[in-house]
Design a protein around this ligand. Structure first.
Ligand SMILES: *[C@@H]1O[C@H](CO)[C@@H](O)[C@H](O)[C@H]1NC(C)=O
Ligand SMILES: *[C@@H]1O[C@H](CO)[C@@H](O)[C@H](O)[C@H]1NC(C)=O
Ligand SMILES: *[C@@H]1O[C@H](CO)[C@@H](O)[C@H](O)[C@H]1NC(C)=O
Length: 403
């Protein structure tokens, strides 16, 4: 579909488009400098957007179980672990900075009384590392829950949390419509884990394929529910190209060179997630027809990240870009017995030279490039609107990004 085609254009063209978009943005900004169209972000998803939910859920448990609670997670930006699965900020943090709202507070920190300075009108994050789109009961029925799925905080559970918090956000249907009219809802990335767990178990791709429509239905359900509550701007990201994921490349390594593309990614796996994203976009098209007054934006995380592999130098990634920054040895510097956060793993000197932070998640540098591509480039459809960016935050953002 269109996003895939747009991104298939040569990277120099993409670069040109992004720069052109930036220049254009600046012109637009000067005329709408004071408007701030989003007052809040409400976010649902997995570790790609978790800003501390798993952290607050598991802080009492031994850190060796939940490595994201250990240094060097967070070292680059926060200088201590925050529960973000990276060395620094995530796409959602850059989004919050751009929009001019505080970095999103994790719901479980609020619920446990650990976060005092929260204002639900500024947005809340429900995303949890390891979360699936499908409910735990689905995996339990298949006998997969105990062996496999580390959390039962599925998209449905996250939506229930949102409903629990609703009275602190708005009290009447018209009140909610007003608040949500100026809120941005980030629904995803979610669903990647539903398949990840199967692939890690070595299950056949055919089984994963049967889950795809179920996962998309669940995402669609959440979008419907949110729209019925008054949401008018929703951003729905697709999967990242997990065929380039160093953990997968290690665990699913093949002696057959034909299975790899030029950058060294597993072709069949990227094809699978790419097809999932195509079907997700078809569902979003269907919803756009159903709800013409709602802005449903597809965020093309897949192609925004794939550029890193096509022209790593352009983003400042090193020659070892296929390796993990924080790892414990092996061809991809991903070692299951010494993963990031454990004593046997050490972080590289400069994480901004790497795409992947640990075996599964990007570095802050990669997330920053993705955020730039999404909010100033051609990787959102329809294009993300800039008219709400405050001049301070956008200047700060651009300064960082233009380096
Ligand atoms: C999730 O699992 C925990 C512990 O296994 C359990 O206490 C909790 O009730 C479960 N939550 C849901 C929504 O099923
Ligand atoms: C909703 O009503 C409750 C109880 O009257 C009140 O405590 C709360 O502040 C109200 N919330 C909003 C967003 O107005
Ligand atoms: C993986 O980590 C273990 C434990 O630290 C270590 O003994 C082993 O040599 C490492 N493997 C590689 C390939 O570096």
């Amino acid at each position: 579909m269109r996003m895939a085609k747009a991104a298939a254009a040569s990277s120099s063209l993409v670069w040109f488009l992004s720069v052109a978009a930036l220049i254009h943005t600046r012109t637009v900004l000067s005329s709408t400098a004071s408007s701030r169209c989003y007052s809040a972000i409400y976010s649902f998803g997995d570790s790609i957007a978790d800003t501390g939910n798993l952290y607050y859920d598991t802080e009492d448990i031994s850190p060796s179980t939940y490595l994201v609670l250990n240094p060097p997670y967070g070292d680059t930006f926060f200088h201590f672990p925050t529960g973000r699965f990276s060395d620094g900020r995530l796409i959602i943090d850059f989004l919050a900075e751009q929009i001019g709202v505080p970095l999103l507070k994790p719901y479980l920190g609020i619920k446990k009384g650990k976060i005092k300075d929260w204002n639900s009108l500024e947005g809340v994050n429900f995303a949890v590392g390891g979360a699936t789109a499908l409910d735990m009961s689905f995996f339990a029925e298949k006998g997969l829950y105990d062996v496999l799925v580390p959390t039962n905080y599925s998209l449905g559970v996250q939506f229930d949390w949102f409903m629990d918090l609703l009275p602190s956000i708005c009290n009447s249907s018209s009140g909610c419509k007003q608040v949500f009219g100026s809120s941005l809802f980030l629904v995803g990335e979610i669903g990647g884990n539903d398949f990840n767990y199967l692939f890690y178990l070595g299950r056949p791709i055919e089984e994963a394929t049967t889950y795809v429509p179920l996962v998309i239905n669940k995402i669609s359900w959440a979008i419907n529910e949110l729209i019925n509550l008054g949401a008018v701007t929703l951003m729905v990201p697709g999967s990242i190209p997990l065929g380039c994921n160093p953990a997968y490349l290690t665990l699913l390594a093949s002696p057959n060179k034909e299975e790899y593309d030029k950058a060294g990614c597993l072709k069949w796996l990227n094809k699978f997630y790419g097809q999932h994203n195509e079907l997700l976009q078809i569902e979003l098209d269907r919803l756009r027809v159903l709800y013409p007054h709602v802005n449903i934006i597809y965020a093309d995380y897949f192609n925004a990240a794939l550029r890193f592999y096509r022209s790593p130098q352009q983003f400042g990634f090193c020659r070892d870009f296929i390796k993990v920054c924080c790892g414990g040895g092996g061809p991809y510097n991903f070692n299951e017995t010494a993963v990031c956060g454990e004593a046997g793993a050490i972080a590289c000197d400069d994480p901004s030279e790497y795409i992947y932070w640990d075996g599964y998640h990007f570095t802050e540098a990669a997330y920053r490039w993705m955020a730039k591509a999404l909010f100033h480039g051609p990787y959102t459809f329809p294009k993300f609107s800039f008219s709400c960016i405050t001049p301070e935050t956008s200047a700060d953002f651009n300064n960082h990004l233009m380096i």
